[in-house]
Every structure is written in structure tokens, then in C-alpha cells.
Design a binder for this molecule. Structure first.
Ligand code: SAH
Length: 193
């Protein structure tokens, strides 16, 4: 992918737009911030890093689990063909949809539900981005990844995880690389916490 274009868009995107009024003063700092309902948005540099790891192409169909504020969704949608994003908290879904519609995106498809099941009807996906911490790799997500596909997902215990880069080869075998330590809110669901 074009890393320079990604960096440019990342720097042009105002994080405050995705945050409640009470957090606006903090928006420019590189740290996680609350988005309500006990959930948080990651520090911007981690969002950038995770996006770089996915190595996006304009032709890609991407699944995102944990829409949250919609900040990461915008960064994905800017660089791929279609984004399918799933959020379990209805209020967060409504807010994120309003913000992303407001930016004029036409390639984002929203769903309220348990993202540990993925989005079966729209599978397979070239890329999968999970922005909540899983106890293990959810089976549905692994199976909905296309051959040659990549997934970024934090896996570990509550409060401390490793960022995993999962790649599915052409034969359908998974290769998993454990990267840096991270701290995400839990992926709550049938195949989560
Ligand atoms: N990427 C988001 C950060 C989201 S925080 C952003 O840029 O703002 C993690 C989100 O995952 C929360 O909104 C939480 O409600 C959601 N989540 C947790 N478990 C989920 C599940 N099983 N399915 C869908 N969303 C889930």
C-alpha cells in the first residue's frame, strides 16, 4: 500500500470529530480516550500501525470488528473498496454511522451484532481488522478470511494482549505472528470474553 498517502490522510483526519465534546481537548494527544459505554479509542499511532500491518489495496473488501467511534473505520474506508463493520453497542453504531455518513463515505456497511461471528453473508474478506481483545482467534473470523488474506487482532487476557498478525496462505493454512504488547477493551461475545 501507499504508506505516504496513508500517513497524509491520518494526519488530515481530525480525531476530535469522532469524540464527544468532553474529550475534544485531549483529541490531539497520542493516548487512548473514552468513547462512552466503557469503551475506548486507541492512541492514533497504534491505529496507524495496525492499518499499515494490513497492507491495504484499493480492491480490498475489509471486515472490521468493533466500529466504536468510527475513527479506524474512516481510515480503512479511505483506502479500500468496501468496509463491513460490526459493533455490538447500538448507541455507538448510531453515532459512528452519523459521523461517517457526514464525511461522505459510500463504501461502509454497518451492522449491529456480535462480531465474533464475523459477517458470514459477505465473506470472504481480503482483510480483517479487530479492534477489541480476543481470548483466542475466533473460528468464524479465521474461516471468513480469504486465501492470501491478512488479519490484525489483539489476543490475550483481559487488560493485556499481544497484537497478532494472522496470514492465510493460498492453501488455506494460517500463519500467526505475535507482535507488540497492547491493551484493548474486551471482545465481548459468543467466541470472546
Ligand atoms: N476501532 C474503534 C475502537 C473500538 S473500541 C475506534 O476507532 O473508535 C472496541 C469496540 O469493540 C467497542 O466499541 C466495543 O463495543 C466493540 N465490541 C466489543 N466486542 C464486540 C463484538 N463481539 N462485536 C462487535 N463489537 C464489539
Amino acid at each position: 500500500m501507499d504508506k505516504e498517502a496513508l500517513k497524509k490522510y491520518f494526519l488530515s483526519l481530525d480525531r476530535a470529530y469522532f469524540l464527544d465534546e468532553s474529550q475534544h481537548k485531549e483529541a490531539a494527544f497520542d493516548h487512548p480516550l473514552p468513547i462512552g459505554f466503557g469503551q475506548t479509542i486507541s492512541q492514533p499511532t497504534l491505529v496507524l500501525k495496525m492499518t499499515e500491518l494490513l497492507d491495504l489495496e484499493k480492491s480490498h473488501k475489509v471486515l472490521e470488528i468493533g466500529t466504536g467511534s468510527g475513527y479506524q473505520t474512516a481510515i480503512l474506508a479511505q483506502f479500500v473498496k468496501e468496509v463491513y463493520t460490526v459493533e455490538r453497542i447500538e448507541e455507538l453504531y448510531h453515532k459512528a454511522k452519523k459521523r461517517l455518513d457526514g464525511l461522505g463515505f459510500k463504501n461502509i456497511h454497518f451492522k449491529i451484532g456480535d462480531g465474533t461471528y464475523g459477517w458470514e453473508e459477505k465473506a470472504p474478506f481480503d482483510r480483517i481488522m479487530v479492534t477489541a481483545a480476543a481470548v483466542r482467534l475466533p473460528k468464524a473470523l479465521a474461516s471468513q478470511l480469504a486465501p492470501g488474506g491478512k488479519m490484525v487482532i489483539p489476543v490475550g487476557e483481559e487488560g493485556l494482549q499481544r497484537l497478532f498478525l494472522v496470514e492465510k496462505d493460498k492453501e488455506g493454512y494460517l500463519h500467526v505472528e505475535a507482535l507488540e504488547w497492547v491493551r484493548f477493551v474486551s471482545l465481548v461475545g459468543e467466541d470472546g470474553f
